[in-house]
Design a protein around this ligand. Structure first.
Ligand code: GAL
Length: 696
């Protein structure tokens, strides 16, 4: 498209340095910018697939979106066959027109690179790019994600399409960001990947003797003479191998992402963000590593059976916020229901509102509904949408419209704000993987256990960060590691330094058992932190029945897992013991603690029942000078605070069926309903209140 002088001027003034503009003018790559202003700080959006519909329909769709306050669409992430219908023939005109039409409706665009769904010309001409399943079967064309993440040839095609897209749209101010691929995950077990795995092992261990030592391969005569003998398996293998395979998969997806990120960055304006969308608790690879290459993290927030538990969703928002330790996007969420659960029950309308505002309260700056309208055919015909097959709104549209109007009212106040927590939960992929490889009891679900710690902490502190064990910890008064099973020397050193600097560290059951090769530490749990703790785990037990505990925190029970602790230093205090009649456990310490200067280290050796977990964690939080943001709040009322730039925004959500009043620490004005500043906020059942307080 020819450059348009007026728009170009707006473009230069508001969004782009002149130098960059001249550069693409020279390259002849300018498209007409229609939305010159920066996008709103809080965006409502949807996944839109213009390639599936006649162009004549687009203005109607976009007008309906605009009427629902939708300000962003994600497009293109499965459109490879429309963008490059034949090898090397790029057809971007339709996408350019779709972006321009969206802009005419004041809607910004995120472009997804289409690499999750290779076109048939690619997979038929180059079948070696197809993924091989763990059982050796090669994937076929006809679904999505059928490619091998490690195939150099596939990556060439990915780079080419990402480059072309970035050249074309990289300076289009109506395009605000990029999504790489879509929900990456499945590895490939083909010969090329296997070769790369061996090369990766060689780089990690240098000699096969070192690998044999760390994996203890004398066990079952697994000893290798060459790296090339090492099998590539994701289950039922030596735990050292399994953990390294996960790391290799992480490194391989990271380089897969980097390949496209580099292509885009080369041509795109620096203010276009780059992200990828991740899944519900996804642990296919280490998300902290993958996120390094990206500008921001994003996730797809689905409640498959329509059963919304706010704390179970909140922990995942916090998890994703921790990937880059900053605000994030919810790139997909459901309009009422999905189509892939055993029972695809709908979220009630009020839960859709609560969910959207909870995401924002935990740091999301955009919430996008998947999807706008179902393709008339294809695998997802039953999925929730915002308009029906006739193109007219379905009931969920009207709920989303209300959410959109609220986002429009509150968005400006949220600019530059984020949640800031004083409590951190440490999340470790290596630990999650290691426990999953060898659960010892199938009742030990790592996510369940993690959430069991999160729930009371979030209720008490009303803000919890979930971060990696390597994250900077200086800002936290309390750091809790629910099951830090794999604990490297470096991580132990980092945690010990935090405690010595006055921090309060709590380790949960199964912590500090393994080194970074998934081998047992010879000092018993918590391994390299045992000396600081002044005690260690004597023995672990899987439980069939709950066991009683008594001590400083009264009486309660533990289930699933129990470890007996042995204090060694004289200043270790026993806080709880297992009660009588518990066999091996009877009378043994279950929780011990030790002061270290102004800091402390505490070890909780059992999976405590919910009331006891609350009592223990509340007491430990209080001792660490952690206070609720707002005191005296009812159990079903969620308090979220976003602060920054001299502002404090409260997001109060009543997840319950009774009316509650929240007494704010200082008056604040309702952004949704207006009126005079208030201190007492009454929340009807399932109501949301968003308030701006002046901050000193
Ligand atoms: C996501 C995926 C979307 C769509 C959606 C349906 O996992 O990214 O493309 O399939 O699920 O819920």
């Amino acid at each position: 498209m020819p450059a348009n002088a007026a728009n170009l001027r707006a473009f230069c003034t508001l969004r782009q340095p002149l130098r960059a503009v001249l550069a693409f003018l020279a390259a002849g790559l300018v498209s007409v910018p229609l939305l010159a202003a920066a996008p709103p700080p809080l965006l409502l959006g949807t996944a839109w697939y213009p390639e599936q519909w006649p162009e004549a329909r687009w203005p109607k769709d976009l007008a309906l979106m605009q009427a629902a306050h939708i300000r962003v669409v994600r497009v293109g992430e499965f459109a490879w066959s429309s963008l490059e219908p034949h090898q090397g023939q790029y057809h971007f005109g339709w996408l350019e027109r779709a972006v321009a039409e969206a802009a005419r409706h004041h809607i910004y665009v995120v472009i997804g690179t289409p690499t999750a769904a290779p076109p048939a010309w690619l997979t038929s001409r180059y079948p070696q790019t197809l993924r091989v399943h763990a059982d050796g079967r090669r994937a076929q064309h006809g679904n999505r994600q059928q490619f091998s993440f490690s195939s150099p040839l596939y990556r060439k095609f990915c780079r080419a399409i990402a480059t072309r897209l970035a050249q074309h749209f990289g300076h289009n101010p109506d395009v605000i960001g990029w999504q790489i691929d879509n929900e990456m995950g499945p590895p490939s077990f083909d010969a090329v990947t296997r070769h790369q795995f061996h090369a990766w092992l060689r780089r990690r261990y240098h000699t096969v003797a070192a690998l044999n030592r760390h994996w203890a391969t004398a066990y079952w005569s697994q000893t290798y003479q060459h790296f090339s003998q090492v099998p590539m398996r994701a289950t039922n293998e030596n735990p050292g191998l399994l953990l390294d395979f996960k790391r290799f998969v992480t490194a391989t997806w990271a380089s897969y992402v980097a390949n496209q990120v580099q292509a885009i960055r080369r041509f795109a304006a620096p203010d276009q963000f780059i992200t990828t969308n991740t899944t519900h608790w996804g642990d296919q690879f280490n998300q902290y590593t993958i996120s390094r290459e990206l500008t921001l993290a994003a996730w797809d927030d689905y409640i498959p059976e329509g059963r919304y538990h706010w704390l179970e969703n909140g922990v995942q928002d916090d998890l994703v916020r921790g990937y880059k330790r900053r605000d994030f996007w919810v790139m997909e969420t459901q309009p009422a229901f999905v189509d892939w659960a055993p029972v695809n029950a709908a979220l009630p309308p009020y839960a859709m509102r609560e969910l959207a505002w909870q995401d924002v309260g935990h740091g999301a700056n955009a919430v996008l509904y998947w999807q706008w309208r179902s393709a008339l055919n294809g695998q997802e015909q039953y999925h929730g949408t915002l308009v029906g097959p006739d193109g007219e709104p379905v009931p969920a549209y009207h709920v989303v419209q209300t959410i959109g109007s609220q986002f429009a009212l509150a968005g400006a106040a949220l600019a530059g704000t984020s949640p800031h927590s004083r409590v951190a939960l440490l999340q470790s992929y290596a630990s999650r993987w290691a426990i999953d490889f060898q659960r010892q009891t199938d009742r030990f679900g790592v996510v369940r256990e993690f959430t069991a710690f999160y729930r009371p902490l979030e209720r008490f502190a009303q803000s919890v960060d979930v971060v990696s064990a390597r994250a900077p910890l200086g800002r936290y008064r309390l750091v809790v590691a629910p099951a830090l099973n794999v604990l490297s020397h470096a991580e132990a050193h980092h945690l010990a330094a935090y405690v010595r600097a006055g921090g309060h560290l709590v380790l949960g059951p199964r912590s500090g058992m393994k080194d970074s090769f998934d081998a047992l530490w010879t000092s018993r749990q918590p391994g390299p932190l045992a000396a600081l703790l002044g005690g260690h785990v004597e023995q672990f037990y899987s439980l069939l029945k709950p066991v009683a505990l008594t001590g400083r925190f009264g009486a309660g029970q533990a289930s699933v897992w129990a470890e007996t602790l042995r204090p060694q230093a004289s200043d270790v205090q026993v806080l709880m013991r297992y009660g009588a009649g518990n066999g091996w456990l009877e009378g043994k310490p279950a929780i011990i603690t030790r002061q270290v200067g102004k800091g402390s280290i505490t070890y909780i050796g059992a999976w405590l029942d919910p009331p006891l977990m609350s009592t223990v964690l509340d007491a430990l939080a209080r001792a660490a000078h952690v206070h609720p943001l707002i005191r005296g709040v009812a159990r079903n009322v969620e308090v979220c605070a976003r602060t920054g730039e001299g502002k404090q925004v409260w997001i109060l959500i009543n997840h319950g069926a009774k009316t509650h009043t929240v007494h704010l620490p200082a008056p604040a004005s309702s952004l949704l309903s207006g009126g005079a500043p208030q201190r007492d906020v009454t929340l009807a059942p399932h109501a949301v209140s968003v308030l701006l307080a002046a901050r000193s």
